[in-house]
Design a protein around this ligand. Sequence first.
Ligand code: HPA
Length: 273
Amino acid sequence: MDKRLKSVHAAADHIASRLNRLPTVGLILGSGLGVLADEIEEPITLPYETIPSFPLSTVEGHAGELVCGDLEGCDVVILRGRFHYYEGYSMDEVVFPVRVMKALGVETMVVTNAAGGVNTAFSPGDLMLISDHIKFFTDSPLRGPNIVDFGPRFNDMSDAYTKQLRELARGVASDLGMELREGVYAHMPGPSFETPAEIRMLRTLGADAVGMSTVPEVIAAAHAGMRVLGISAISNMAAGILDQPLSHDEVMETGKQVRDRFVSLVRGVLARL
Ligand code: HPA
């Protein structure tokens, strides 16, 4: 058996042995959004270091644990603290948790992040449904020999951000009287924030938001045939839009401001799955 497949199964078997019910919905929580995992009653929490082959999280603001349990009637597994390419992980490591979730039986992924607003009509604190993405400058997590157990060699990306889930999320937001933006997320490698010239380029090419995560995981999820809902919390306006410096502190601070709306939106979506 391929080494990568073996380690995915070793991790999934370990997690499954700790659970009474296997998850069907996976959530990946971005910077400042980990609070959603606290909403699970009687959670089963597995720190990454206790799971065979699991990478360890290093970035500030990320806890580094899997939290499993019931949320709005769904059996969920939450990844609190994701793996970013800029931390030095290989793409295989970045998408490892997605493959483990798939091996556990997860069919629906909710992927969230903090992102810079590229669209000048946006404001910090907005929530944006991801309709599509643009990937720049990094390898695909699918580069190299394909493992058919993970998915096909050439996979379709035309509905990677599942239309039906976006419609559902729009309905939830509307019922909550919540404004929900929608747009294209551009993936940049980081860890530097972009330059103003790069942000002008991204806008010209059709991006509405920019960030350093999510896209590799969504590619792996689409490869595995999972349904995906992507949500960005606009934590700051991207470089060069406002006359002020960008900082990770601002990203985390805005995360706190959107927390309640973010939690209501995701809970509402889960309740309707
Ligand atoms: N750029 C890239 N990633 C980000 C940003 C940004 O402005 N804000 C939060 N994550």
